[in-house]
Design a protein around this ligand. Sequence first.
Ligand SMILES: NC(=O)C1=CN([C@@H]2O[C@H](COP(=O)(O)OP(=O)(O)OC[C@H]3O[C@@H](n4cnc5c(N)ncnc54)[C@H](OP(=O)(O)O)[C@@H]3O)[C@@H](O)[C@H]2O)C=CC1
Ligand SMILES: Nc1nc(=O)c2c([nH]1)NC[C@@H]1CN(c3ccc(C(=O)N[C@@H](CCC(=O)O)C(=O)O)cc3)C=[N+]21
Ligand SMILES: [Mg+2]
Length: 301
Amino acid sequence: MTAKIIDGKLFAENLRGAITGHVARLKSEHGITPGLAVVIVGEDPASQVYVSNKAKQTAEVGMNSFKHELPADTSEADLLALVEKLNAHPAVHGILVQLPLPGHIDTTKVIETIDPAKDVDCFTPANVGKVQIGLPGPVSCTPLGCLMLLRDHFAGDLTGKHAVILGRSNLVGKPMAQLLLRDNCTVTVAHSNTQNLADVVRQADIVVAAVGRPEMVRGDWLKPGAVVIDVGINRVPAPEKGEGKTKLVGDVAYAEAAEVASAITPVPGGVGPMTIACLLANTITTASLINGLVPPSDLTA
Ligand SMILES: NC(=O)C1=CN([C@@H]2O[C@H](COP(=O)(O)OP(=O)(O)OC[C@H]3O[C@@H](n4cnc5c(N)ncnc54)[C@H](OP(=O)(O)O)[C@@H]3O)[C@@H](O)[C@H]2O)C=CC1
Ligand SMILES: Nc1nc(=O)c2c([nH]1)NC[C@@H]1CN(c3ccc(C(=O)N[C@@H](CCC(=O)O)C(=O)O)cc3)C=[N+]21
Ligand SMILES: [Mg+2]
């Protein structure tokens, strides 16, 4: 078998097209221009790339984009004050504080300072709780992107599929489990203490790999015909491209897996672009809710 490639880049482009339409409608019918503020502390090059991509795409869909670049030695108090200012700013409907933060800043404190109404990452306890009980609100971007790709692949119906999620982070694994449960999957969450991981993965109709271990999931771990969502983004040496060169690989050994799976997301070009598109989708959701409007159903879980 040669797997179908799930083209997250193309799906994300189409999603941004739909978002552009929703932005135009919010403007013309309600006089609202959704605004997204992105805060980055320090000069991590990978974070810089994501943040400029986010700002560019935010502007492309017609939203206001506010970018705050702070030096690495910014105090926790100054960062908290900026978050409070954005919480109070009427033109800002979404606030994203790029993680990781420098070690002298308490990440939990910063997250808990973000107004849940503007928490487009879905990091705050209030929004994590809403996802769990199915109340409207933003949904964690990467899991939402994975869910959209899976719903598209299975024509909207995931009922009865056995989904095995590798990883239990608050960012990816745990919210992914909640969303797949809501879509009637049987969900297994594996982690670093899981015994016989390959045997667990072999039971899966759907595999979501989010461990941060380059190419850990091998082709012979998969049930033939499984659908594989590779969340991992790992930069590894690529001597074949020349001395000192690097490349991105996922948590799945792609070439092997593509021989066994029925469908698979590539890295890059799979889940990554969906994460950014879902951030914009969440900004529409929060801008709608802040203004007492029902969020568009095509942008949420
Ligand atoms: N495409 C995108 O948009 C995004 C991609 N990512 C990528 O996804 C990956 C995961 O990110 P994130 O969830 O934040 O990572 P974390 O490091 O927070 O979590 C990793 C999880 O994987 C588990 N794990 C680690 N090693 C193993 C192992 N050998 N066997 C089984 N489980 C293991 C850990 O288990 P335990 O809990 O026991 O420690 C943990 O639950 C990374 O590559 C990251 O770069 C992340 C966010 C967005
Ligand atoms: N508050 C916060 N929210 C986040 O959502 C958040 C964060 N902090 N910190 C870092 C991680 C990582 N993340 C990615 C988003 C897009 C791509 C992406 O678009 N990747 C491209 C490749 C990009 C490249 O070439 O480097 C792809 O997979 O095709 C990757 C990773 C969001 N994160
Ligand atoms: Mg810290």
